[in-house]
Design a protein around this ligand. Sequence first.
Ligand code: C2E
Ligand code: CA
Ligand code: CA
Length: 729
Amino acid sequence: MIDWLGKKKTTDNEEGESRPAAPERLLLVEDDVSFANSLRQLLAGAGYVSDLAHTGAAGLEVLADGRHGLLIVDLSLPDMSGHDLIRAVRERELDVAVIVVSGDREIDAAILALRLGALDFVRKPAEPAILLHAVARALAQRRLEREHDRFQTRIAHSERLHRFLVDRSPDIIFILNRSGRISYINERLRDLLGFDEKAVLTRHFSQLVHEHDRERARYAFSARKLTETARHNSIELRLLSQTDATGFRHFEIDLAAVGLPEEESATTSRDDYFYGVARDISARREVEELAAFQANHDAMTGLPNRNLFRDHLGLALIQARRNGERLAVLFLNLDRFKNVNDLFGHARADELLRQVGERIQRCLRGGDTLARFVGDEFLLLNTAIQSEQEVLAIVQRINRELAVPFKVTGRNVHLSVSAGIALFPEHGDDADALIRHANIALYHGRLSGSHGHTFFMPEMGATKDQRLHLQSDLQHALERDEFELYYQPQVGLADGRIKGVEALIRWNHPSRGLLPPGEFLPIAEEADLIGDLGEWVTRQACATLKRWNSLGIAPPRVAINISPQHLDEPDFVDRFIALLTEHQVSPRQIEIELTENLFIRDPNAVAQKLETLAAHGIAIAIDDFGTQYSSLSYLQRFPIHTLKIDKSFVWEIDREYRQHAIVKAIISIAHGLGLNLIAEGVETDEQLRFLANHGCDEIQGYIVSKPLPASALEAWMNGEREKRGAALA
Ligand code: C2E
Ligand code: CA
Ligand code: CA
């Protein structure tokens, strides 16, 4: 309870209103202990709470915390006189009433005490009734004084408030005379519009109004209008501003014909006619404009949103039809952006998306519209296109622009986009169909593992429902043993011998037949099943390898694809090694294939895992090399054995001459770093010849063999052996 009193002082606040008064405590400063005790007993009996101090100094100390409403003081104290104590109380402006209780019979002492501000003087030994009466009176008196003070404060405050309301009012307050000249205007004019209020006095009000609004203002301010229709009028006007870049601000002006109170006549003259209040509504206007903008724009990137995109597309379609033009809708998706989110968190990822939006915008032409669809997906409209090549050129330009690494917390992040493309008129003839088809094309491109771009094809129409079905089927597929592992040989170009096989998963879907991984791995990833799937593959590959070992037909190594999500699992390495041990397979027979995007994750965590795997003798290959992460520094930082040059580069060999340079560059990088190089997806003799001529180590592709079930691969290997045997004979 004491604590509560201690914290809450019953002082008046600015408005002159008091908080609930605390019960008033009394302080007795008295060195005569027995008198003090009997006095306190008396007071307690009357319901007063009192404290006791024996010296003046102690009394002052107690009073300092402001909890006491009344001081009862003895005139003779050991350390000072009672008068001195009262003086000290006044000097310190302590808000406490004082009565004196004293054995001193001198009238002078009493008078002095009363002069010093004591309210009463009671002689010892005091009559209880007299004493209690004096206490009650003093407390009442003090309450009255406080009431008075409070009232005074309130009046002063109210006056100040009025002055404040006019001068510091958030609004401009003004008075005009009959001819529309300013006869009074408050200080707010200066703050809001930058004009000196004295300089505008006697000027015509229209000099403050934006020229486009002057006509309306004149009408609204006309005496006739105000007196005839209503005595009150409200209008929105732009007033000129010297402080705003736009040169004006928006105001809502309330105008009344004068009926100023008589008392005000000191500041107003007979000629005063209008009284006006101009409220600055610029902020509201901005909010309204912002709301209109927001309805059509993405808050984060400031780009148009899909609504506005659809509008633009609708208009572009009308024009395209009229002029017989073609246009393209591109659905752009940032490759593996999820990793960035996981690694750097949403705020940084958002910032990155904003920068991506800016960069993409640099690649656009006049009539193009870029919009943010959702997440890391953007929509792009290219109007008046001549050919597919033109659209592809834009995608390439965007990817070139994005190829310059982004900096996130001091780290380089490499981004690229994939595009799904729908063309008008071939792929749809209204906005929704084109957007939907571009989206489907993108989705298909991702499933088939193609990087870059995919044009819509009518047979792509797979629906969301089918995906959901697949997801639930996938959950049972492991239990029902519906997966199958295929193996594709990798052969040395120098000697034509088998160097390894890559394990590739297939799904024997009960109703849809054999599905390639592109159709279900992305779904498995979403359903968080990728780790289970990876373990199944590893287990299966190890079992097969064990069998091959026992038959003496094992290829030097089996390559297993590991998804980044799977590698991310904290116990990945331990579990992986345990599986090998369980199947009595040597880690030296195993290679794992990882994609480059792994390295935009936490490089230290990845490094540690790869080091451990390598230390066990497991080889590490970089899959799809060259498609995602263009920094090569990781090749030296991590224990990597093999580069797998992506099939898209291989396929360019017979098409575009320029690409040869990339393949050659990759070959020389691999050799320079002492890495084994495998070219994937080799299909033609021309590709094979080129790769052999330029010193590529191994190839994998249909020209050698398609991926095969284990038993079929065994037969293939036997065939190869026989061929070689025949060649030797
Ligand atoms: P990848 O690792 O790049 O695998 C090579 C893909 O190229 C395989 O497709 C293979 O069938 C195909 N291929 C090989 N030679 C040729 C060729 O000469 N021409 C053409 N057109 N294609 C060729 P697949 O089996 O459909 O696998 C697709 C992707 O799915 C793989 O790409 C890999 O990223 C992933 N994948 C496959 N199996 C697994 C697995 O067990 N675990 C994980 N995590 N991913 C897997
Ligand atoms: Ca692979
Ligand atoms: Ca690959």
